[in-house]
Design a protein around this ligand. Sequence first.
Ligand SMILES: Cc1cc2nc3c(=O)[nH]c(=O)nc-3n(C[C@H](O)[C@H](O)[C@H](O)COP(=O)(O)O)c2cc1C
Length: 413
Amino acid sequence: MKFVGIVGSNAEQSYNRTLLEFIRKHFKTRFELEILEITDIPMFNQDEDWEAHFQLRLLNNKITRADGVIIATPEHNHTITAALKSVLEWLSYKVHPLESKPIMIVGASYHDQGTSRAQTHLRKILDAPGVNAYTLPGNEFLLGKAKEAFDENGNIISEGTVNFLESCVDNFIKYVQVVSKLRKPKPILPEDLYCNNPIATTITEVDPDDPEWVEKVAEITGAVSGNTYVRLDHGILTVDQINMFLNSMPFELTYADDNNQFLYYNNAHQDPSTMLAKRVPAQSGSRLGTVHNSLPANRMKNVEWVVGTLRNGNQEYVRTLVPNPSEHIINTHNYQAMYYPDGSYAGINEIVFNFKPWLDWYLETTGQSLVGGSVRPAAAAAADATSGASDAQGGPASAAPAADASSGASEHA
Ligand SMILES: Cc1cc2nc3c(=O)[nH]c(=O)nc-3n(C[C@H](O)[C@H](O)[C@H](O)COP(=O)(O)O)c2cc1C
């Protein structure tokens, strides 16, 4: 489960931030908690463009994809802070990421009542039609006397308080599971699989479907290669090292950007006939529509569904099993959304992976075996798994809905 925590204070030193950090640490095996700040967000103004503010885009994108939200509110003059109220106005005017979202309220304040009045107000605000959240009833976690509540490592000192927090969080997790059934997925808009919306990184001078796209674009951009060093997020590698690294991955990787342009695949020197998802070097740079043009129309719809589902935040990944006649192969495809720093959709990282050797290794190492003794025939298992998943997620109910959203290995169908 993935939760987002919102610090309701814009102060540099905040007990509500400490409270969320404690929750993140204490419950790290139960859920992932990403803590988001409201510090740099200007006062709500309906004449201003919300998208101009990075922090608001980040909040909107992260909340949209989260399974639940925990708001830690201070109490100022018997209500929530002006900063938090302002953020809730931004998030209930042109965009509504909190709609139908399960929310848990917690709060820390200096005085005995520990944000009880602020929490009551926050509940009412979250219930307003523009916000329309599902706030966890009861379970008021109030941390009074916040200055004395934490030790020097940011842990809540009182065991009784931690026990109560645990019971509230348990209830919230159950509540999220129940409420997720009421969730209305965002509509999936039509996808342009023919790259008609260039993005900042698109090289418009070369036709995407040009078989020599890589060579031509490399020349235009002066792309570095060989032993030139590239600085990454946290490391420095030469281009050769990056290639060795990616080619040593025990799976086939594909990268299609948010303009639906197929930019890259690893192991391009491999014989395509030996690949799970067959690709050829001339496909690099191609439009996703062209890559898939041998697919029947209903399968093309599935490609659009996968991209649209990842783009609008309904899911962070889509997984499918591709039916395979060999007992040595469990052909899994994982379409993982990639994100820009503001949390918006940046494209697909597709991992095509034979799960069977890993499964065999795991069973052997742990001395376990499968119930029934063997893996079921892949085709039947795939049909069950994918139709089940897609029913639950509101996707197409075909046997392999997403096979090759980005790689175009239509041979599997
Ligand atoms: C303008 C103002 C009004 C406050 N009013 C209250 C209040 O009504 N009740 C309360 O318990 N604490 C009140 N406090 C103290 C807050 O609990 C404390 O400053 C702080 O906001 C705690 O949260 P934080 O450390 O996350 O910012 C007030 C503080 C300020 C600055």
